[in-house]
Design a protein around this ligand. Structure first.
Ligand SMILES: C[S@@+](CC[C@H](N)C(=O)[O-])C[C@H]1O[C@@H](n2cnc3c(N)ncnc32)[C@H](O)[C@@H]1O
Length: 295
């Protein structure tokens, strides 16, 4: 059965964006189109959304779901890091709101067969956009021990990074590391039992780190935070939902350091208990919102 993705902090995002008739909104992470549907349902009949996703299968599902809105949605199969260039190409200069809902959809995590989850046995791919370069398997089998350790340490905040990298280098001498269960097994044995975390799977941070590296997630985020802010009309809101501390820190700093933005959320908005119970994936979500000055 196809996984259903539940949009996180949907009501809060729509409240902050307060979409109006005639407004133009950018959804940088269209996914299955849940947030876009909420925005379009709220604004009048001439409000529009320009939706980005670099995953062709997500985009195809969003097209189906959003078909009732006709040409009020413009689909862009691109990395959101190119938001400025892509909007220029379609002749849009200023926007009334922008949303980032970072990370993966449930569909990618559970059903894509691309190795995002450590629960089964899938090829170690991890590319959200199948047009981009290196797969996770290529990275794992080719990168130096130091580079692997840095990836796990900086992108996964994994304290056992050096041990895991050393173990990988030994194991790949014997056989190519091609699947998620091979990698899980390596991490499991590389980390001494006394350091196995209690609340999360021992391979969680390594998987997060690899995904960030393969998809260049932090570079893309840096670019969209800069370029997205420059596209906002006076008074327009910039909403970002992030799912781990590396992203949240970048968002907080980018909003604070941008003199054209006013931060509306001194503390991030978190999902309530009811939402976390209904959708456990919402638990780590944090929403930060800033508003373009000048209105
Ligand atoms: C958490 S899901 C979005 C869910 C969506 N807001 C909804 O309500 O259905 C994140 C989506 O962003 C996409 N994505 C992640 N990084 C991207 C990037 N740099 N450029 C374009 N799309 C990206 C992923 O492919 C995924 O479909």
């Amino acid at each position: 059965m196809q996984a259903i993705h539940q949009s996180v902090l949907l009501a809060e995002v729509v409240d902050f964006l307060a979409p109006v008739d005639g407004g133009v909104y950018v959804d940088c992470n269209l996914g299955l189109g849940g947030h876009t549907e909420g925005i379009l349902a709220q604004c009048g009949p001439s409000g529009r959304v320009i939706g980005f996703d670099w995953d062709a299968s997500a985009l195809a599902l969003a097209r189906q779901r959003l078909a009732p809105f006709g040409d009020r949605v413009h689909f862009v199969h691109q990395n959101f890091a190119s938001v400025r260039e892509s909007l220029m190409e379609i002749g849009v200069q200023g926007i009334d709101g922008l949303l980032l809902d970072l990370g993966l959809s449930s569909l990618q995590l559970d059903d894509s067969g691309r190795g995002f989850s450590f629960k089964g046995s899938e090829p170690l791919d991890m590319r959200m956009d199948e047009r981009i370069g290196l797969t996770a398997a290529e990275l794992i089998n080719r990168a130096s021990e130091d580079d692997l350790a840095d990836i796990f340490y900086y992108y996964g905040e994994e304290r056992q990074a050096r041990r895991i990298a050393a173990w990988i280098v030994e194991e790949r001498k014997k056989d190519v590391i091609a699947t998620t269960d091979q990698l899980v097994d390596i991490v499991y044995h590389a980390v001494p039992r006394r350091f196995h975390p209690k609340k999360i799977h021992v391979a969680t941070k390594v998987f997060q780190a690899l995904r960030i590296a393969v998809n260049r997630e932090l570079e893309n985020l840096k670019k969209v935070l800069e370029d997205g802010a420059a596209l906002l009309k006076p008074g327009a809101k910039f909403c970002v939902i992030s799912f781990h501390s590396l992203e949240d820190r970048m968002v907080k700093q980018a909003f604070r350091d941008n003199s054209s933005l006013r931060v509306l959320t001194a503390k991030p908005v978190l999902p309530g208990a009811e939402e976390c119970q209904r959708n456990p994936r919402a638990r780590s979500a944090k929403l930060r919102v800033a508003q373009a000055e000048g209105c």
